[in-house]
Design a protein around this ligand. Structure first.
Ligand code: FES
Length: 166
């Protein structure tokens, strides 16, 4: 279930980032990708409808353009995620090296369904397509970091350590 937010605002640095991005391209639309990414980073890992409206105002661009980008790219989360968003690659190289089993194992260990936030708000586990890091298969993107090759025997401990560092 997706939560709603009353309000969203970027930090001063975030606002400065958006303004700078707007000067870098010929059209404002070209700046949407980095700006939405910044919003996601400052909004606990997801982009809410309120954040889209806010961004639309400060970029002076229709919300429809931003929503188009949001629906096309899987790197943007349209609903809340846990403190640790573990995106397990289940594409060819990773699948052949146990990626799908890793995703299942993580869901069972953290007692959470795929794509949902765990009861303690700590973990979200999703399956994703190739992240271009097949050399470290099976791998996952954990928040901003690529981690691999992962092993079923140690992956849960590794994720718990990352959680403690948060
Ligand atoms: S198949 Fe997993 S990173 Fe390419």
């Amino acid at each position: 279930m997706s939560k709603s937010q009353k309000d969203f605002k970027l930090s001063e640095e975030g606002l400065a980032f958006v303004k700078k991005e707007l000067t870098r391209y010929e059209t404002k639309r070209s700046a949407i990708l980095p700006c939405v990414y910044r919003v996601q980073k400052e909004n606990g890992g997801w982009v809410s409808p309120e954040a889209v409206s806010y961004l639309s105002k400060i970029m002076d661009i229709p919300t429809a353009y931003i929503n188009e980008v949001l629906s096309f790219y899987t790197m943007y989360n349209k609903s809340p995620v846990g403190k640790l968003h573990i995106q397990v690659c289940c594409n060819l190289s990773c699948a052949m090296n146990g990626g799908r089993e890793l995703a299942e194992h993580l869901c069972e260990s953290f007692n959470v369904k795929e794509g949902e936030v765990s009861a303690n708000d700590e973990v979200t586990i999703s399956r994703v397509e190739c992240l271009g890091a097949c050399d470290i298969a099976p791998m996952a993107q954990v928040n901003d970091k690529y981690i691999g090759p992962l092993k079923k025997e140690t992956v849960v401990e590794e994720m718990k350590t990352l959680l403690e560092e948060k």
